[in-house]
Design a protein around this ligand. Structure first.
Ligand code: SF4
Length: 386
């Protein structure tokens, strides 16, 4: 890896004014930018982690309708919470939201914490999320540092090295702090939009959102639009022609391929599903029974052995692919109408009709295979007829 020589560091002050001006002009009109309700902003922040804005908008709107405040969320059935999160992935985030809502209500005052220092004690809220909520809801000069901000700052300052390494990470937090603290003394600007002016808590809120917005829309990972960048004249990476070098992220983890055999088991119009254990990935969500195959294991044989089904009871029903982090799953689907015997899979099981299935919170991968259920019925082998 190329080492950087020490370089002059852009002063935070000349960056803040252009960033605030640019944000006042270019801020996207997002639904959560019309509120300073910390609960609404918290939900948006959690949903936006690892997820695109366009995907989040309908989820956020549905969520806010179903659970308009902390009390509603705390009192909701966890199944209803998970159902509203279905398809967003990283489901522990939904559980943490509800857990934190209950914790806030049970605390001495039952009020939403107003500082990043208090917020960071809640489940599912790390330093970034605490800073984002405290600045956007309460205009606290609390820094934020997510992937977008890391990209902007490492390019602006031409910072070499892994941004997750302790030294560089501390330096980035310090730079983000300098900026938001410098913004604190600047009067807030109105951000007019066609529908209604955006409601922003103050210039600390605007500065942090400007940094995230710049990373999301202009200082993008590939082909950044530098001529449109409000701080281009201060950007050391641009001056040295090394933009593509920053940030110096570590190599991506090696992709691992995994194979699953999934059983779509129908008994007189009802399908068998089971709930994933609370402590598993996607805990609390429902799925069709499935088993991971070892390398070179035949998926049908894996199911037959697992559930002691007659070998000719399975009918192939297609293949689906999905990814979770570095894992690439191939899911082989089989249908059966074999009579349920004593060899049902262990766990929390349900036989559900189509309407009941639609109401359950299914993992995204298993929701995708629901259309397969409606495909031509499986003909039960003659010897298994009841
Ligand atoms: S000039 Fe280009 S590389 Fe530098 S911060 Fe702006 S968009 Fe990013």
């Amino acid at each position: 890896m190329k080492r950087s020589l020490p370089r002059p560091r852009p002063d935070p002050d000349p960056l803040v004014g252009p960033l605030l001006h640019w944000f006042a002009r270019e801020a996207r009109d997002l639904p959560w930018r019309h509120t300073t309700d910390p609960y609404a902003l918290w939900v948006a922040e959690i949903m936006l982690q690892q997820t695109q804005v366009a995907t989040v908008i309908p989820y956020w709107e549905r969520w806010m309708k179903a659970f308009p405040d902390i009390a509603n969320l705390a009192a909701a059935a966890t199944d209803d919470v998970l159902k509203l999160w279905e398809g967003l992935g990283y489901y522990s985030r939904a559980r943490h939201l509800q857990e934190a809502a209950r914790q806030i209500l049970a605390s001495a005052h039952g009020e939403f914490p107003r500082t990043a220092a208090e917020l960071v004690d809640l489940p599912g809220i790390g330093r970034y999320t605490a800073g984002a909520i405290a600045s956007t809801a309460f205009n606290e000069p609390a820094p934020i540092l997510d992937g977008n901000v890391i990209r902007v700052l490492t390019r602006l300052h031409a910072l070499a090295g892994d941004p997750r390494s302790k030294d560089l990470n501390n330096r980035l937090w310090n730079l983000a702090t300098d900026l938001v603290v410098a913004a604190d003394s600047i009067p807030v600007r109105q951000v007019p939009k066609p529908r209604a002016p955006l409601r922003l808590a103050g210039s600390c809120s605007q500065l942090n959102q400007a940094l995230m917005e710049l990373g999301a829309t202009v200082c993008t990972p590939r082909n950044p639009r530098c001529p449109e960048c409000p701080v281009a004249s201060h950007c050391l990476a641009r001056q040295s022609g090394e933009i593509a070098r920053f940030p110096e992220l570590p190599a991506r983890p090696v992709i691992t391929r995994r194979t699953l055999a999934t059983l779509l088991w129908n008994d007189r119009g009802r399908w068998l599903v089971r709930r994933r254990p609370d402590d598993a990935v996607n805990g609390g969500f429902w799925e069709f029974p499935n088993i991971e195959c070892s390398p070179n294991q035949d998926p049908a044989s894996a199911l037959v052995t697992w559930l002691r089904l007659p070998p000719d009871a399975l009918v192939p029903a297609g293949t689906l692919h999905h990814s979770i982090t570095r894992y690439r799953f191939t899911q082989h689907l089989f249908k059966t109408v074999a009579p349920p015997g004593p060899t049902l899979p262990a766990g929390d099981l349900l036989w559900v009709n189509s309407a009941e299935l639609a109401a359950l919170a299914l993992t995204a991968a298993h929701r995708r295979l629901v259309p397969t259920l409606a495909q031509p019925p499986v003909v039960r082998p003659a010897r298994n007829r009841r």
